[in-house]
Design a binder for this molecule. Structure first.
Ligand code: SAH
Ligand code: SF4
Ligand code: F3S
Length: 466
């Protein structure tokens, strides 16, 4: 382990460990910690890093907000995410009065948003530790400051210049894992706050990525999910340039990794090479999340997406020709400023033509500081609601039709969950990321099995072990 920043942090981990064991000896109590994650896969991965630090420092990690230390890893992509957090914090305040060891920490994207810290300083004084996305690697140090008697620890940096490698991480699943390949975003889509809270795009060194994948494979991981806001522009910031397609070919060579997924792909940067690599690969799942946002070329321009309707359709056509059984999913925003009925009909048209296997649909949320927040012609709420319902209906009709196609077939799935709602059932994922529930033993978790898809239920299947 050579990363100097990581070594400094590991010293703090040691200090906390000594502190906690002294505390346990004196009081008989081992402190518990809980990490609550909002938002996307980036945050899920960041939370695994926080849990890794906490576990190495000697905390007992539990999934219960009554824990002595609770960390909220926040998201701010839409405004309701912020509202939810403030509401929740209100509830947590009196929990602190009940437990003298109780500490609350906040981190993640919302902490990087302008104005949020001011609100927290004024109305949420009981929060113990606040940090952002650029100094997550310093969590042990900040926690140590709090343990050393500082009443409140607050540190937000407005950018990060380096990538810190080799910090501990605690995986949620023993058989699969997210792997960061890049951080930040340079695209500045006019509706989106992510570039402001996650900073500029930085690619991780391919050697570090491969090293992590190899270590994961050795440790029993069979599926990796490569993470970035725009994985198709991977490598552009590296001294020795490398494309995403080239990186995928390298990861493909890692023995033990059987499935490779990635997200998110920006249509503007999706190359022919990537399509080729996907089509010929034995490990890359035949699944692509390709956010459309809108089907209207005029709106796409206002969104600063750098493609138009025709180019998007052409790309999907190419993908389907090269990979006929590809599972295509997308993100769509309804009610972007200035969206007319005609614009919306263009979106419906693209949805019909692309036949998405599933689509995440969002109502436009105005994010202060982004260009679109100042655009005129914000669309009235009732109009947005009506369009949203119409879009959802179409999306659902198409995905039911698509899932039906595999009904009766036997497929290979990776068993990834003990089903919480159906007694005696396990859940697994097909190569295309669809979910199937089937009767099975808990020992199957993390294993590949063949399952017959008896019944398509819209977004998922009910099946049986074949
Ligand atoms: N980097 C990814 C998206 C990350 S955010 C990409 O470019 O595809 C995930 C999704 O949230 C986006 O695709 C978009 O559909 C949605 N989103 C982002 N900002 C939004 C906003 N202000 N209002 C509504 N939805 C938004
Ligand atoms: Fe946001 Fe656009 Fe960057 Fe995605 S590519 S994170 S939507 S700015
Ligand atoms: Fe939310 Fe941050 Fe992800 S704003 S969507 S958690 S990058």
């Amino acid at each position: 382990m050579f990363d100097v920043n990581a070594q400094i942090q590991l010293k703090y981990v040691e200090k906390i460990r000594t502190y906690l064991s002294d505390y346990e000896r004196k009081t008989g109590k081992r402190l518990t910690a809980c990490v609550v994650t909002y938002g996307c896969q980036m945050n899920v991965k960041d939370s695994e890093k926080l849990s890794g630090i906490l576990e190495d420092a000697g905390f007992n990690i539990i999934e219960d907000e009554d824990a002595d230390l609770v960390i909220y890893n926040t998201c701010t992509v839409r405004e309701n995410a912020n509202k939810k957090l403030y509401g929740h914090l209100g509830l947590m305040k009196h929990k602190k009065e009940e437990n003298k060891d109780k500490m609350i920490a906040l981190c993640g994207c919302m902490m990087q948003e302008k104005g949020v810290i001011e609100v927290l300083e004024k109305d949420y004084k009981f929060v113990d530790i606040i940090f952002g996305t650029h100094n997550l690697y310093k969590f042990a140090e900040l926690l140590w400051q709090r343990f050393s008697g500082k009443k409140r620890v607050l540190e937000i940096l407005d950018k990060s210049d380096e990538i810190v490698e080799d910090l501990p991480s605690k995986r949620n699943d023993f058989f699969r894992c997210g792997v960061n390949i890049m951080y930040g975003c340079n695209n500045f889509c006019t509706f989106c706050i992510v570039p402001y809270v996650r900073g500029r795009e930085k690619s991780r060194d391919p050697k570090d990525i491969i090293r992590e994948c190899e270590a994961l494979a050795k440790d029993g991981v069979v599926e990796v999910m490569l993470l970035g806001q725009n994985v198709n522009s991977y490598g552009k910031t590296l001294e020795d340039k490398m494309t995403f397609a080239e990186l995928l070919s390298e990861i493909e060579k890692v023995e033990g990794i059987e499935r490779i997924r990635f997200m998110t792909s920006h249509p503007k940067d999706l190359s022919d090479d990537l399509i080729k690599v996907m089509a010929s690969s034995k490990k890359i799942c035949k699944q692509l999340h390709l956010p459309l946002q809108s089907g209207s070329s005029a709106l796409l321009k206002k969104m600063n997406r750098h493609y138009d309707k025709d180019r998007y359709l052409l790309l999907v056509d190419k993908l389907k020709k090269a990979i006929p059984d590809i599972c295509l999913t997308t993100d769509i925003i309804v009610g972007f400023p200035g969206e007319t009925e005609e614009d919306f009909l263009e979106t419906l048209d693209v949805v019909k033509k692309c036949e998405y296997d599933s689509a995440y649909t969002f109502i436009y949320s105005k994010r202060t500081g982004t260009p679109a927040a100042t655009f005129e012609d914000q669309v009235p709420k009732d109009v947005v609601k009506d369009r949203f319902d119409r879009l959802l209906k179409l999306v659902n009709e198409i995905s039911s039709k698509k899932t039906k196609k595999l009904e009766g077939k036997t497929v290979k799935v990776l068993v990834d969950e003990v089903n919480k709602d159906m007694e005696g059932f396990m859940s697994g994922r097909l190569d295309n990321n669809m979910v199937v529930h089937f009767k099975g033993d808990k020992d199957l978790l993390g294993k590949f099995v063949n399952v017959k898809l008896n019944e398509a239920k819209g977004f998922y299947y009910i099946g049986e072990l074949a």
